[in-house]
Design a protein around this ligand. Structure first.
Ligand code: PGA
Length: 256
């Protein structure tokens, strides 16, 4: 990294709807060989719900952490197909991805829903990884700042300063997810600085300086070091490149 930061980088693998238990086992075993003892970066694996238990068991003696990709905000009840914070916490998840752009686009998640989930996650002692990001159309029509600000404020509304400081935000421009198009490190840094400013307005400078903001969207071994070297980028949320051990390990190493 080119800039020394007081915040510990966090690199999370968002496996999305990929990997059976058998595939997950192979991947985790390969990742473990390199990263079991990694203390310089918070390494988080976010498998689908069905592989959480298997991955949890495989990483017990390591420094690798577990995250889920979604949860419901209610504690229990008649919500067919949903999973609660307590249920994922029971499997030793420490993190949960919330408001991913795919959840927003395909499953109708609004800032209000993401906000309810974020509060429920924090209440259950889970660290939320709250995703925000503009579409290509929003960027090209000059609305990026407004869209990102509204998502950050809406998704994190009503959080205490302490909860804000402990949350993780993932900036993921929708146009860069799974497309092979990465935001340039300057484009990403600009938005990360903007998000930190919004957090400062919502709380104070100390909170803004503590909150970790990941970049996500076509992060690869070849572009990770440059992105992670920017002053306001604290690691990444990795999709496609997290499905293969070698590329994920190289990306984590780029954050050290
Ligand atoms: P990608 O996905 O790395 O495949 O672009 C990132 C994400 O959606 O979290």
């Amino acid at each position: 990294m080119t800039v020394s930061k007081s915040r510990k980088p966090i690199v999370a693998g968002n496996w999305k709807m990929n990997k059976t238990v058998a595939d997950a086992t192979d991947l985790v075993n390969a990742i473990k060989r390199d990263l079991a003892g990694c203390k310089e970066v918070d390494v988080v694996l976010c498998p689908p719900f069905t592989a959480l238990k298997a991955v949890s068991d495989l990483i017990t003696e390591t420094h690798i952490d577990l995250g889920a990709q979604n949860m419901h905000w209610e504690k229990n009840g008649a919500f067919t197909g949903e999973v609660s914070a307590e249920m994922i916490r029971e499997l030793y998840c420490h993190y949960v991805i919330l408001g991913h752009s795919e959840r927003r686009a395909y499953f109708g998640e609004t800032d209000e829903i993401v906000n309810k989930k974020t509060k429920a996650a924090l209440e259950a002692n889970l660290t939320p990884i709250v995703c925000v990001g503009e579409t290509l159309d929003e960027r090209e029509s000059g609305r990026m700042t407004e869209v990102v600000q509204t998502q950050v404020r809406g998704s994190l509304k009503g959080l205490s300063a302490r909860d804000l400081a402990e949350s993780v935000i993932a900036y993921e421009p929708v146009w860069a997810i799974g497309t092979g198009k990465t935001a340039s490190s300057e484009q990403a840094q600009e938005v990360h600085a903007l998000i930190r400013k919004v957090i400062e307005d919502m709380a104070d400078e100390a909170v803004a300086q503590s909150v970790r903001i990941q970049y996500g969207g076509s992060v690869k071994p070849g572009n990770a070091a440059e992105l992670f070297g920017m002053p306001d980028i604290d690691g990444g949320l990795i999709g496609g490149a997290a499905l293969e051990a070698r590329s994920f390990i190289e990306i984590v190493r780029a954050a050290i």
